[in-house]
Design a protein around this ligand. Structure first.
Ligand code: FAD
Ligand code: NAP
Length: 342
């Protein structure tokens, strides 16, 4: 195994931020990971998958470990489900396509999400009305201090809205090695969300299939979201905030076009993109399409902050702070960052 020193991280994060890691190494199994923990001692360690949900604001004065654990294995099946294990280093969308090609259902709405399998449980990735937790069975993770592998069930992971125990209580303690999924033999379609049905109509789909739903999601995402290989970004920078029904009613009275969805707990999830679009810096009415130097707010989706090339992580972070403050000042709603800041 090779340990590299002073490695630029630009190609390892989809924001394209130019910082360096003092030490950099990739690992392909738990033994290599255990060996790396010996080398690192008590130094700072950041484990990276595809780098599509991180913002680096400074050089990393410790280690960056790239998770390269590969492999997809069919573990078994019962009447309703196929049980499949995927290595944390597998690319997420390739795994989704693999499942679709075998007619295993449940992942189609999660098509084209960047990043790797191992990071998917970190924030219980979600899109178009489906979350990872709906297809999750268990995972194995390596405890960095104990140097032992633990198994986590869905209950142990404490999945929430773009949250899990690994992003909160156990932050930085575990490295996810592999994830076990339960995928349906008979699909349950989720097409009511957002523009999916419209896109399926446009595609002239008469007989619904998981392949068609996946393609619809791919079409919508490709038309709306910036491609990180062209414009640096990490997807939604903020989470959609939850407010009480009373607060929502007050906001709705004042701003009739505000977008909110009531959830099962009786709270209302506000579309953060709407809040950002309808607030702005002193010199403009909206943040949408705003640009200062190389840092900006995407012109088609205000929830996405972008690096037009050469922005520093601090510039992106400062912009996020200004957005946060202006949304707070105008609507009295506090946005929370979804992206992991280092
Ligand atoms: P990284 O960015 O590498 O890591 C993210 C965090 O997880 C870091 O804190 C890292 O230390 C930790 N981590 C990574 N791997 C491991 C591991 N094996 N063990 C322990 N910790 C680990 N997210 C959604 O939920 N839904 C979307 O629809 C969505 N769309 C996106 C669209 C675009 C264009 C982009 C750029 C991002 C989008 N995202 C979305 C965010 C992101 O793609 C996901 O959160 C993805 O799961 C991150 O995977 P990654 O491998 O790139 O993680
Ligand atoms: P959109 O369809 O324009 O919708 C805007 C917001 O409204 C979304 O954030 C979504 O919340 C919410 N929403 C829409 N229809 C809903 C419904 N029927 N019920 C409940 N909530 C609803 O959003 P978009 O930006 O194009 O993104 C489409 C999907 O991809 C969303 O699910 C979004 O989360 C996901 N996505 C995530 C990221 C990321 O980095 N996390 C990046 C890009 C896209 P939810 O976000 O809760 O779904």
């Amino acid at each position: 195994m090779q340990i590299q020193e002073n490695i630029p991280l630009r190609q390892y994060n989809t924001f394209g931020i130019e910082v360096c890691a003092k030490y950099f190494a990739g690992f392909s199994d738990a033994d290599e990971l255990a060996w790396l923990t010996e080398q690192a001692g008590r130094d700072e360690v950041i484990v990276l998958g595809g780098g599509s949900n991180v913002l680096f604001t400074q050089n990393i004065n410790g280690w960056v470990w790239k998770n390269n654990i590969m492999g997809i294995e069919e573990l078994g099946e019962d009447h309703s489900f196929v049980y499949v294990k995927a290595g944390a280093g597998e690319n997420w969308h390739r795994f989704v396509q693999y499942a679709i090609s075998r007619n295993w259902a449940g992942l189609e709405n999660l098509s084209l999400i960047p990043g790797n399998v191992g990071a998917a449980p970190m924030q219980n990735i979600g899109a178009y009305g489906v979350e990872l937790k709906e297809v999750f069975n268990s995972l194995e993770a390596f405890h960095l201090r104990e140097k032992k592998i633990h198994t986590f069930t869905a209950g142990d992971c404490n999945f929430g809205y773009r949250e899990s125990v690994f992003k909160k209580e156990l932050k930085g303690q575990y490295v996810i090695l592999n994830v076990n999924f339960c995928l349906r033999k008979q699909p349950v379609f989720h097409t009511a969300y957002g523009a999916i049905q419209q896109e399926l109509d446009k595609m002239n789909i008469n007989s619904l299939s998981i392949h068609a739903v996946s393609q619809a999601v791919i079409n919508i995402r490709s038309s709306k979201l910036p491609d990180p290989s062209v414009t640096g970004n990490a997807g939604s920078f903020f989470k959609n905030p939850l407010v009480s029904k009373e607060q929502y009613a007050g906001l709705k009275e004042k701003y009739p076009s505000i977008v909110g969805y009531e959830n099962a707990d009786g709270m209302v999830k506000l579309a953060a993109g709407w809040l950002i679009e309808h607030s702005g810096p002193a010199e403009a009415v909206s943040w949408k399409g705003y640009r200062k130097g190389a840092a900006g707010v995407h012109a088609k989706q205000a929830l996405v902050l972008v690096n037009y090339g050469g922005a520093t992580g601090s510039e992106i972070y400062d912009l996020s702070e200004q957005v946060l403050e202006s949304v707070q000042a105008k609507f009295g709603v506090t946005l929370e960052r979804e992206v992991n800041i280092y």
